[in-house]
Design a protein around this ligand. Structure first.
Ligand code: PLP
Length: 392
């Protein structure tokens, strides 16, 4: 037998982290890495935040899991925190981002069905999007590399160019239920939506009674310098999927919706064994306690501006390697003129720096949101050293 006990779907590198220390990771062989990947936008409070650890420990000691058949003081608390901090009136908790997006899509369909418009089931999505790895969420993306081996895809999706409002308008027809869009595409290469594009989608949705669903799984929860990125675009969605950062490292996602959008989500229509379990709720509440604070959000914006400024200056020294800095807050990307994946591996293996590759040859920079100036200095030192001895 040659298959490994861990199903070999990931091209795993030989860094084997065993311990986290604030913004650093320590591997099994003792190497220390500056973590500007944060488990792909997850560990927003770093790896050893006392508030988050204490909340999980306390809850684990008290009650880890009960069924959603019972009342949930822990779930009510976190749902209220999310409702108070956002556009939403109601929340469904999941264990992952893909499940949050699935719930969002079901919510949109259920809305139309509750309105007597069962023919409105199709969701318009945008090229280079990433919404997860379940059958529905790969079907929601135009990226063929995720489809290979899994056909037939689920019907009910139309793909159009990101940031192309005319194409989005043209895609709307009698079957359209809504739009599903990332305000900042993560896997697609840190592609920020144009303000006019998101506003335009909001207008088209309003004119046609469609659901505007935002996938803020990667860009949400203070990552871009506001609680959710949509706040910076002057719009509000009907439905929003959140995950990753919301648990700070504990598996947690949520689908947020307005009362109107959630009209079809009535008793018996949806569920999850683990979704909303007390342990996840404790983690989520600890994250919300930390991030729903003007000083915290101000810190993210300040660090984001500093890091971006340093990166913009830096890429000018290496025009043969880098061509653009883009992103919002601490969700940044540096676009390379060469393939980014081998450079990300070079930074990791030779300079102890963790980043993530993304589409369009972008190096994704997703540090914990609690970084300080010293981490930015360390990052820039490692990045400069990596650029100066890199042989593409
Ligand atoms: N949506 C976006 C924008 C993502 O970036 C991701 C994960 O990278 C997902 C959905 C899927 O989340 P998960 O891997 O938790 O299912």
């Amino acid at each position: 037998m040659s298959i490994t006990p861990l199903m070999p779907v990931y091209p795993r590198c030989d860094v084997r982290p065993v311990r986290g220390d604030n913004c650093h990771l320590v591997s099994e062989d003792g190497r220390r890495f500056l973590d500007f990947a944060s488990g792909i936008a997850v560990n927003l409070l770093g790896h050893s935040h006392p508030g988050l650890i204490g909340a999980i420990q306390k809850q684990a000691d008290t009650l880890m899991h009960v069924s959603n058949l019972y009342g949930s003081p822990q779930g009510e608390r976190l749902a209220k925190q999310l409702v108070d901090a956002t556009f939403a009136d109601t929340v469904f908790f999941t264990n992952s981002g893909a499940e949050a997006v699935e719930t969002a899509m079901k919510t949109a369909r259920a809305y139309h069905q509750s309105e007597g418009s069962a023919e409105k089931f199709e969701i318009v999505t945008f090229n280079m999007a990433f919404h997860g790895r379940t059958m529905a969420t790969i079907s929601a993306s135009n990226q063929e590399k995720m489809h290979n081996g899994f056909h037939p895809l689920l019907p009910g999706f139309r793909y159009v160019e990101f940031n192309d409002l005319d194409a989005a308008r043209a895609a709307v027809g009698p079957h359209t239920a809504g739009f599903l869009v990332e305000p900042v595409q993560g896997e697609g290469g840190i592609r920020v939506a144009d303000q006019a594009f998101l506003k335009g989608l909001r207008d088209i949705a309003d004119e046609n009674d469609l659901m505007l669903i935002l996938d803020e799984v990667q860009c949400g929860v203070a990552r871009t310098g506001s609680m959710y990125a949509y706040e910076q675009f002057g719009i509000e969605p009907d439905i929003l999927a959140t995950a990753k950062g919301i648990g700070g490292g504990f598996p947690l996602g949520a689908c947020l919706a307005t009362e109107k959008a959630a009209r079809g989500m009535v008793f018996g229509t949806h569920g999850s064994t683990y979704g909303g379990n007390p342990l996840a709720m404790a983690a989520g509440s600890a994250v919300m306690d930390a991030v729903t604070d003007d000083a915290f959000l101000g810190h993210v914006r300040e660090m984001g501006q500093k890091l971006r400024g340093r990166l913009e200056q830096f890429i000018g020294n290496y025009p043969e390697l880098f061509c653009e800095v883009r992103g919002l807050g601490l969700m940044l990307g540096v676009r390379m003129t060469v393939e980014s994946r081998p450079f990300v591996a070079h930074l990791r293996d030779n300079h102890g720096l963790l980043t993530v590759a993304a589409g369009e040859n972008v190096v994704r920079i997703l540090p914990p949101l609690v970084i300080e100036d010293a981490h930015i200095n360390e990052f820039m030192d490692k990045l400069s050293a990596g650029a100066s001895d890199y042989k593409p």
